[in-house]
Design a protein around this ligand. Structure first.
Ligand SMILES: [Zn+2]
Ligand SMILES: [Zn+2]
Length: 300
């Protein structure tokens, strides 16, 4: 399976995703391909398996992007977003001419482990409403600028054998897993599961029956859901924490080389939200409080 953010991938998903959205993403990925990558060399001795179970790799050592580099890389991305989304045009002007100019290098010190903090700060200064179209565009924009450097840095890292992640967050950058893959069954291990990070594109092993958010291993807490006739795309729901995880079942996929994890995750967003709402209702009916449950659309 691939995650190369390529135009050919998008064309394969034109039947699955909305046509205008494919056009928008195609344009964004073209812009992303031209985003400069910050040079960063890994130190020779990385953290060991034990410390990675506690903190992600980038918390020990991460690329340090300067505010100037960020502003310059962001400019064409902002222009693209403003041209494709009219609401964002006004925001874009304030972002470029005011908000970004106030950023200091220190504001980017943790950009690769806490991109949400950076997005939240920019969003607050722009006065954006959480979940609004412009908020989504800003989030996409920041990730588009940081993503190529995160991927290049992560590609230098070989994870030590036997990492036992405490939850489903990425052992390299700490972002929540975007999607899980249930691998082919082998006699020794059953069907192992791997998780994939959309930010730095790391893929790592994780227990098959375990919530990726709260770590619950209780079979009664975990249920899975799919649309009739499409068993390969599933949503796991955990009753212990009321959160969801997108899953692909490898054995049910006919051409794994043509599967794009990033686009699969987008394709699963509608089912994820529907399952989340249905399961929350059921939990309430069962007398189980669903207070504090986060909408999966903004949880990541
Ligand atoms: Zn990652
Ligand atoms: Zn859970």
């Amino acid at each position: 399976m691939i995650a190369h953010t390529g135009i050919e991938s998008i064309n394969r998903y034109r039947g699955t995703l909305r046509e205008e959205f494919c056009d928008f993403l195609g344009g964004l990925w073209k812009v992303r391909a031209a985003v400069p990558v910050l040079e960063w060399a890994l130190q020779e001795t990385g953290p060991d398996a034990e410390s990675l179970s506690d903190k992600p790799y980038f918390a020990h050592e991460q690329p340090q992007m300067t505010a100037d580099f960020f502003r310059e890389a962001f400019a064409p991305v902002i222009r693209y977003l403003a041209s494709s989304q009219s609401d964002f045009a006004e925001v874009a002007e304030k972002l470029e001419k005011e908000v970004l100019l106030q950023l200091a290098d220190s504001d980017l010190a943790k950009a690769f482990t806490e991109p949400q903090m950076l997005i939240a700060r920019l969003s607050k200064e722009l006065g954006l409403e959480l979940g609004s179209d412009s908020w989504f565009a800003l989030q996409l924009g920041v990730i588009t600028v940081l993503g190529p450097t995160a991927c290049a840095a992560a590609s230098q890292i070989t994870l030590p054998e036997g990492i036992e992640a405490k939850d489903g967050s990425c052992p390299v950058c700490g972002q929540p897993a975007e999607i899980g893959i249930l691998k082919e069954t082998d006699e020794l291990h059953g069907s192992p599961r791997e998780l994939w990070c959309a930010f730095c594109e790391t893929q790592w092993p994780y227990q098959r029956i375990r919530c990726t958010h709260c770590g619950s291993r209780s079979q009664t807490d975990l249920s899975y859901h799919f649309d009739e006739g499409d068993e390969k795309r599933r949503i796991y729901f955990c009753r212990a924490c009321s959160k969801t995880q997108k899953i692909l079942v490898e054995k049910d996929i006919q051409n794994p080389d043509e599967v794009d994890l990033r686009l699969e995750a987008i394709a699963l967003a509608g089912l994820e939200e529907a399952v989340w709402r249905r399961c929350l209702e059921k939990a309430k009916d069962d007398g189980k409080s669903a207070e504090g449950a986060e909408d999966p659309r903004w949880a990541n």
